[in-house]
Design a protein around this ligand. Structure first.
Ligand SMILES: [Fe+2]
Ligand SMILES: [Fe+2]
Length: 324
């Protein structure tokens, strides 16, 4: 079956808004409209069989050793410089209850996305079980992501923006949904994670600077800074893993980069929030993330840091899917 192939990333076609989107991966169009997929979270096919169930490749020992070193460097640096304490390190007494309501709307949205941790963890771990470095990384990553949702939840309560009852209801709505891996092999998921972590970093960083402009909230600004630093560290680990895979099979990595990066969408989570058009417009006005930001601050910098030319990203994909 002939399927459309993306050429280079096209900003005009990209969709990063908080609007519902029916966008799907170009690679599995026949599965795109399936059943009860939660279109509001990640607009990709729900059912994943075939390659998804195949064991991932095992890297040659020297590459796996290099990846383990990456993990140890990541972990040791985190232990030394990046750990923060949810209770003691955020000036909770300085929450600003007078911030514009749109800020709480966005924080709630981010909190909801972070709450999908059970799905994020349980679905990726079997795919990376072959790699001790990636498995140990995800164990540490899960701990850090767990703190993120707790910190955002705490701010929503302590700032008086949301009640306990409201948050319990919101959590119930999140847990009633299920997130599924958006791509069909572990290498594509490595690329996706690298991109998603950088996009998340930018969202937190940009929200932090908007909060400063909107009247300041030392508690929220501090916690957003911790989150942004964590997300950047996650991004770098995934990127550095990809550098190792590039040495091992450059063509396969570039194929997955094209597949994922030319068709990347941020989660569309607005259905969760029961928001009005006015509320959506207020969120969009903050301009935390957009196709331009993606192209300028995610797409191009990633290519540069991986040493991949735009020309390489324009070559046609290999017909055969990566078996990695
Ligand atoms: Fe996070
Ligand atoms: Fe993260």
């Amino acid at each position: 079956m002939t399927m459309p192939r993306p050429t280079e990333y096209n900003r005009e076609q990209a969709n990063f808004s908080l609007q519902r989107t029916d966008s799907v991966s170009l690679y599995q169009p026949e599965q795109a409209k399936q059943d009860d997929s939660p279109a509001w979270i990640i607009p990709f096919p729900r059912s994943q069989t075939g390659p998804m169930d195949s064991p991932a490749i095992t890297l040659p020992p020297e590459h796996e050793r290099a990846m383990w070193k990456l993990f140890r460097d990541f972990f040791d640096l985190a232990e030394k410089k990046r750990r923060w304490n949810l209770v003691d390190d955020i000036p909770w007494a300085e929450c600003n209850p007078g911030l514009k309501p749109v800020v709480a709307d966005i924080v709630e949205t981010f909190c909801a996305v972070e709450l999908f941790l059970p799905d994020y963890s349980s679905k990726i771990l079997p795919k990376v079980r072959h790699s001790k470095s990636r498995t140990w990384f995800y164990a540490n990553w899960g701990y850090e992501e767990a703190k993120h949702s707790m910190a955002l939840n705490e701010w929503l309560l302590k700032s008086g923006s949301r009640s306990e009852e409201y948050m319990a209801d919101m959590e119930g709505k999140v847990f009633a949904r299920e997130w599924n891996l958006p791509h069909d092999d572990h290498l594509a998921m490595l690329v996706y994670s690298m991109v998603q972590e950088e996009a998340t970093f930018l969202n937190y960083r940009n929200l932090r600077s908007r909060v400063g402009e909107l009247g300041s909230d030392p508690a929220l600004e501090k916690l957003l800074n911790y989150l942004a630093v964590d997300e950047k560290a996650h991004h770098r680990f995934f990127r550095d893993c990809l550098r190792i895979y590039l040495e091992y099979d450059r063509t396969a990595v570039i194929d997955q980069l094209k597949r994922v990066m030319h068709d990347f969408n941020m989660p569309a989570i607005n259905d969760l929030l029961d928001e009005s058009q006015t509320r959506l417009a207020a969120i969009r006005e903050l301009d935390l993330f957009s196709p331009d930001i993606y192209y300028r601050e995610v797409y191009l910098p990633i290519l540069t840091s991986l040493g991949i030319s735009r020309q390489e990203m324009r070559t046609p994909l290999k017909e055969k899917k990566s078996q990695s």
